[in-house]
Design a protein around this ligand. Sequence first.
Ligand SMILES: [Zn+2]
Length: 274
Amino acid sequence: MLHNIEEEFRCEFEKIETLNEHDYVVTYAGDTLLLKCESGGDAIPRTCDYSAGELEQTRYLFSIGEKSFFLNYAPIKETELLRYKNVQALRELAPKWMAFAGATAYHLGYWYAHNRFCGVCGKEFGHSDKERALVCPNCGYTKYPEISPVVIVAVTNGDKIVLTRYAHAPYRRYALVAGFVEIGETLEDTVRREVLEEVGLRVKNVTYYDNQPWGFTRTLLMGFFAEVDGGREIRLDENELSEAVWVRRGDMPESDANISLTATMMEAFRRGKY
Ligand SMILES: [Zn+2]
């Protein structure tokens, strides 16, 4: 999966204000980010790829091994080398640590960009010196980074599994039932509710499989297998899904299990590991 990288990911807050020329610097504009586009493939730019004086407003984000990643706040103009691309382009970056770093930086960058002012009194937030948190200088309200918990559910019946396609998402391949955890729910409650809402099935024997930080949607994904309980007829929620079908293990398409938890779970079932 995207986060399974060889070197250590360290997200502890540090107040680092000086960039060296080999540090990686991410710049976002909406759902696009600046990538260094060369014939050998796209990459996250380093300090030395930006023009002198462009990186006056930066914030340290995290490290992977010896590599440090910073967020740049100032708008940057495109050049021949540095071009804005949709964040989905990050999925294709190699090596994998760079794709993971880009998605994770996007999650943090989005949070900073959408939390400029205190939600209680409206004053501009400052940054804590001690931890990753925004602090209001007027009323003291402290805001921590936001992660939305999401469940992904593989609904099974013997050697069959429910595969879905989302109605409105850019991702068009087969997926699994998925949805956000609501306030007051346990993860198992969410599994049962989402499966009933999206495909009209009841489930039992809900079993945890694995989890994955997924910066593209600012979520923490938690995967479960669950067995259908009772009727097997699918009732599709057409607001959420364009398709949901029972597929036999042997008829499943082989999936690229390298990146996402969904694909990893589908591949585990296809190979009979679950
Ligand atoms: Zn305030």
